[in-house]
Write a protein that binds this ligand. Structure first.
Ligand code: XUL
Ligand code: CO
Length: 435
């Protein structure tokens, strides 16, 4: 028996590029081979529990717009109804994964012990549903930013009791993620940052955050969790300044605290935009260091300056992201999580399905375009040609040389660099042929 929530909406199926059905896939065809691998296995789509099932449609100027049968979310019976609906949606979409925070899936208890009991009960319920189903857990995480106890941070809180509460909370979420066979565990630094330096000891807070993350890694090994530990950069919102600002900042942080071989990055398109970067910039920073873990796919409204978490709808942008991902060997244990929410006027069950169908289709188109560019090799050829000078023995030897000898060679040999075109427009025209 189904919950009835999606009864009026047909399951999404692949109908091919000529279909005019807004609820059908035109490009996402899970079994289609792309560069020798099934499309589903490249993209590894995940539905985000928080946006699709927990968010009630509020914004800073108004409250709930979505009225769902599982509201209010303060009761375990309704938490199970929410789970029933969520799993029906995963199946209708053919989404292979989902991601969750503790706060999305269970109501907060009167104390931590009750909250953990509830988390265990609901994740047991998930585990039953996952048995024999085609959906897995891409990642789990802890919401350490919504409740007022986290208002001054979790591991960076000036109060050590909050640090302790955070440690116990993350332990419970890692246990639940492992129970569900999760492939990753994510830490987004919700309020790990500051509002004003007037009340903040930044160096001390960063040391606490480094110590905390080392404990997470230690616990991963202790329980034999085989998944990846990922941190998720974001420059601001909710804090004025977040410590995990962007990919480069996170990599520096991981190196400082000896975690560069243990922790990778979960990169999000909207967070890249807030940091003043393109998504492909963040992906290239991570892949150049072998630290790409997974991606949160969404987009921001470029005018608003907020983290608007919209579903992706821009093929050229998405294509360049997957180009860098494919070039680096793919997503591995990571996936494409739709950390994206409906607009608050999109009230219907049909809107929820259409948003994911559209997002999945845009990503599939982007992936196919990226694969076509890789197979054609035009961008790689252009790169090789641009850097060809560095293939020579003399250029390579220079990298191990010193300023004085190089200077001698330049002055003695009459080296006189001749500027060459960067050919940006020609390369942009090249990309346009594929997207
Ligand atoms: C917030 C955000 C989170 C993380 C998980 O901007 O992206 O949803 O992905 O906590
Ligand atoms: Co995210």
């Amino acid at each position: 028996m189904t919950s009835g929530f999606f009864d009026a909406v047909a399951p999404a199926t692949f109908e091919g590029p000529d279909s005019t059905n807004p609820m059908a896939f035109r490009h996402y065809n899970p079994d289609e081979m792309v560069m020798g691998k099934r499309m589903e296995d490249h993209l590894r789509f995940a539905v985000a529990y928080w946006h699709s099932f927990a968010w009630e449609g509020g914004d800073p100027f108004g409250d709930q717009t979505f009225i769902r049968p599982w509201h209010p979310q303060d009761d375990m019976g309704r938490a199970k109804m929410k789970a029933d609906v969520a799993f029906e949606m995963f199946e209708r979409l053919g989404a292979p994964y989902f991601c969750w925070h503790d706060a999305d899936v269970r109501p907060e208890g009167a104390n931590l012990s009750e909250s953990i009991d509830r988390l265990n009960e609901i994740t047991d319920y998930f585990a039953e549903k996952m048995e024999g189903a085609k959906v897995g857990c891409l990642w789990g995480t802890a919401n350490m930013f919504s409740h007022r106890r986290w208002m001054s941070g979790a591991s960076t809180n000036p109060d050590p009791d909050v640090f302790a509460y955070a440690a116990a909370t993350v332990k419970s979420c890692m246990d639940a993620t492992q129970k569900l066979g999760g492939e990753n565990y994510v830490l987004w630094g919700g309020r790990e940052g500051y509002e004003t330096l007037l009340n903040t000891d930044m160096g001390r807070e960063l040391d606490h955050m480094g110590a905390f993350l080392n404990m997470v890694v230690e616990y991963k090994h202790k329980i034999g969790f085989k998944g990846q530990i990922l941190v998720e950069p974001k420059p601001q919102e909710p804090s004025k300044h977040q410590y995990d600002y962007d990919a480069a900042t996170c990599i520096g942080f991981l190196r400082k605290y000896g975690l560069e071989n243990e922790v990778k990055l979960n990169l999000e398109q909207g967070h890249a935009i807030l940091a003043g970067h393109s998504f492909e910039h963040e992906i290239a920073v991570a892949t150049s260091e072998g630290m790409l873990g997974s991606i949160d796919m969404n987009r921001n409204d470029y005018q608003s300056g907020w983290d608007t978490d919209q579903f992706p709808n821009n093929v050229p942008e998405v294509a360049l992201c997957y180009y860098h991902i494919l070039k680096a060997g793919g997503l591995g244990l990571g996936g494409t999580n739709f950390d994206a929410k409906l607009r608050r006027q999109s009230l219907d069950a049909e809107d929820l399905i259409a948003a994911h169908v559209g997002g999945m289709d845009i990503c599939a188109r982007g992936l196919k375009a990226a694969a076509a560019m890789i197979e054609d090799g035009g961008l790689e050829d252009a790169l090789s040609e641009r850097y060809a000078g560095w293939d020579g023995a003399e250029a390579q030897a220079m990298l191990k040389s010193d300023l004085a000898s190089i200077s001698e060679r330049v002055l003695g040999g009459g080296i006189e660099p001749q500027p060459r075109s960067g050919r940006q427009e020609i390369l942009e025209n090249y990309v346009s042929r594929f997207v």
